[in-house]
Design a protein around this ligand. Structure first.
Ligand code: BTN
Length: 258
């Protein structure tokens, strides 16, 4: 069976496309049209894949997983950004299933040997007290043998790390299984206490010296780990500062990318 047929066999509403601009953008259209909670939009390639902070995301045909989950959780809008960390842990656990020696760079990059193997982009439509939908876009570099020159130093794929070729549908399946389990708990509990310790164990910069880049200033501290709300606690001059993911980026002193 090919990738498409294997996906369409999954026990979930799947919207499969050969080519899209961005699965996140298509997911928004489908969400507005009434797609059910948990629907998955997936494309063989994207020609306008979107990254965080207005960047583009390299999404060629046949070698990666470009997918967006449509979620309609009954949570307050300010809690939606926590879903990004839920997804990051699910991807990290998926990588472990396939023996990829990865770690999490807060809030949501999955990194192997100092290079990004997965990116996550969460977008939301909400009223002040109500979430219409959350789109959780996940891009996993699976079977690429090479990257464009400008990405070589910062991106990698599962195949580049291990020299193996992977069945992408097995990776999608594993991710959905891990995500679903944590998603249900998150909806019940309303915070990330239940996964905090596990997430922190996988942080590549736990207890390390990091640079924090905010809109108006940059500073340094020791990254301690996340709290129950997914904020990164950074120790600065003996005081703990909590960082929210939307406003800052962090950079390690050695070896891993922003
Ligand atoms: C980042 O690392 O900056 C986030 C990258 C997110 C990429 C995924 S690929 C599937 C989904 N559709 C998009 O346009 N972006 C996300």
């Amino acid at each position: 069976m090919n990738f498409k047929d294997k996906l369409l066999n999954l026990d979930r509403k799947i919207y499969y496309y050969d080519c899209l601009g961005s699965t996140n953008d298509q997911a928004k259209i489908l969400a507005k049209e009434g797609a059910v909670d948990g629907s998955l939009v997936i494309a063989e390639m994207q020609n306008a894949g979107k990254g965080r902070m207005g960047r583009s995301f390299f999404s060629p045909a046949g070698s990666g997983i470009w997918m967006s989950l449509i979620l309609k959780p009954q949570i307050l809008p300010e809690k939606a950004s926590m879903l990004t960390l839920v997804a990051a842990l699910a991807v990290q656990e998926t990588m472990m299933d396939f023996d990829i020696p990865s770690g999490i760079k807060w809030p949501n990059d999955i990194v192997v040997q100092g290079r990004k193997v997965t990116g996550i982009l969460t977008e939301m439509s909400a009223e002040p007290n109500h979430v219409d939908y959350v789109i959780l876009g996940v891009g996993i570099n699976v079977n690429m043998k090479e990257f464009p020159e400008e990405l070589e130093a910062v991106a990698t794929s599962m195949a580049q790390v291990t020299g193996k070729e992977y069945d992408r549908s097995e990776i999608v399946k594993a991710f959905l299984m891990h995500f679903e389990k944590h998603y249900q708990t998150f909806i019940k509990e309303g915070n990330l206490n239940f996964l905090r310790e596990t997430y922190n164990q996988h942080l590549i910069h736990r207890n390390k010296h990091i640079h924090v880049h905010e809109i108006r200033q940059s500073w340094e501290g020791i990254s301690i780990g996340i709290n129950a709300y997914g904020e990164l606690i950074v120790r600065k001059d003996d005081q703990d500062v909590c960082l929210c993911s939307g406003e800052v980026s962090i950079r390690g002193v050695y070896g891993y990318m922003e």
